[in-house]
Every structure is written in structure tokens, then in C-alpha cells.
Design a protein around this ligand. Structure first.
Ligand SMILES: O=C(O)c1ccccc1NCC(=O)[C@H](O)[C@H](O)COP(=O)(O)O
Length: 218
């Protein structure tokens, strides 16, 4: 817990970024294992990169429609698998069983949250991450720095804890938390100098801003 609102700093890809992120003090650190991403971490490098976080932050691997081989290669290096592709509820449940890790399902929110569709995953996941829909021409399903109308989340009956994500930064965080009722938030682009280049000062400012927020009543 960072204070009022839990934080995941996502898209860390170098030891220096991990050290700076740990200094900022978020609850979760995210590592993207997706070759097209400017934040990509090779599966073989993940254990060394995540090691300094053990006991200081929970480590989250972000995967997109992973096959069993990739699940097996990354699971030992992290605490959580965040599934950011088109995984079905059945596939998510299979990954949870196979990996023995907590599993989160990322969900792109459009005009309104389809609670029934989201809750179809409830038996298989520990948490949801609500993100913006990627722009039509986007190369990535996440990490696009795009926000959605966070008020769409307020008061909805989601059956698992959830994280607000998409286009956040230290300035937009407070209003987005107030509109959505979020108790946890995720950021990537909003704490970067350029895609994949994390800023120590922006990460620290984001976590500090989150600490000042009151936990919201969704
Ligand atoms: O960040 C990526 O490059 C990425 C690539 C493929 C799938 C997911 C990815 N990111 C997932 C995240 O959890 C991001 O933090 C989330 O989408 C918010 O990103 P941003 O809008 O840039 O803050």
C-alpha cells in the first residue's frame, strides 16, 4: 500500500529503472514480455531484472496471449501474470492453474463497461486491470498513453478488485481516481521521457501523488 491508492509502475526494462522505481515505493512493478513493445524484457532476462524487487514490491509480468512455453519461462520470476491479450476465461483459468501465480486480466473499456463479460473471468482471476482501448493503428494492446472516461467504472459491480489504467500521469491521477472510485492505479507512458525510457523523477512524483489520495468508495 502506498498510502491512499496502490500503484503499479509498469514497463520497467533495465536495472536502473527498477532501482529508481523501487525508490519511488509502488506496490507493484510491471515487466512487459512482448517483443513489439519498446519496454520488452526477454524472458531469459526477467529473473535477474526482477530479483531486486523481491520483498519490496510485487512483480508483475505483462503477457499477450502467451503460449504454455512462455508461461513456464516467466512464471518463476514474478508474483503475478497480467494477461493483456484476447485470452478467454478458460485460457486464463488454465494459465492460473499451470503457473501457480496470481493472474490479472486486462480489459479495454469502450463506451461502457460490459460487466457481464468482465465477470465471466471472476473465477479465474485475482484482479482486473481496466485500460483504454488501443487506437486503431496502435502496434501495442497497452502502454499507449491513452485515457478513457474513468467515470464509466464508478459503482459498477465488478467481482474482483481492479486497477485503473490508461493515460494516467501525476496531474490526471487525482481527478481520474475521484471519477472512477479506483483504489489502485497503473501507469507507464505517464512516467516516461520517451517510449521505454522511464523517468525517476516522474515515477517518484506519481507515487507521491497517489499517497495523497483518499481511498475511494467505488
Ligand atoms: O506497455 C506496453 O508496452 C504494453 C505492451 C503490450 C501489452 C501491454 C502493455 N502495457 C500494459 C500496461 O499495464 C500499461 O501500464 C497500461 O496499458 C497503461 O499504459 P499507459 O497508458 O501508457 O500508462
Amino acid at each position: 500500500m502506498t498510502g491512499g491508492v496502490d500503484v503499479k509502475l509498469c514497463g520497467l526494462s533495465t536495472p536502473a529503472q527498477v532501482a529508481a522505481a523501487l525508490d519511488a515505493g509502488p506496490r507493484w512493478l510491471g515487466f512487459v514480455v512482448f517483443a513489439r513493445s519498446p519496454r520488452h524484457v526477454a524472458p531469459d532476462d526477467l529473473a535477474a531484472l526482477t530479483a531486486p524487487a523481491a520483498g519490496r514490491a510485487e512483480r508483475v509480468a505483462v503477457l499477450v496471449d502467451p503460449d504454455d512455453g512462455l508461461v513456464d519461462r516467466v512464471a518463476g520470476a514474478v508474483d503475478v501474470l497480467q494477461l493483456h491479450g484476447g485470452e478467454t476465461p478458460e485460457r486464463v483459468a488454465a494459465i492460473a492453474r499451470r503457473s501457480g501465480r496470481a493472474v490479472w486480466k486486462a480489459w479495454a473499456v469502450g463506451d461502457r463497461l460490459d460487466v457481464e463479460a468482465v465477470n465471466a473471468y471472476a473465477g479465474a482471476v485475482d484482479r482486473f486491470l481496466f485500460d483504454a482501448k488501443p487506437p486503431k493503428d496502435a502496434a501495442l494492446p497497452g502502454g499507449n498513453g491513452v485515457a478513457f472516461n474513468a467515470a464509466l467504472l464508478r459503482g459498477v459491480a465488478v467481482a474482483r478488485p481492479w486497477i485503473l489504467s490508461g493515460g494516467l500521469d501525476a496531474a490526471s491521477l487525482g481527478p481520474a481516481v475521484a471519477r472512477s472510485g479506483a483504489r489502485a492505479v497503473d501507469v507507464s507512458s505517464g512516467v516516461e521521457e520517451a517510449p521505454g525510457v522511464k523517468s525517476a523523477s516522474l515515477m517518484a512524483a506519481f507515487v507521491a501523488a497517489a499517497r495523497t489520495l483518499e481511498p475511494a468508495n467505488a
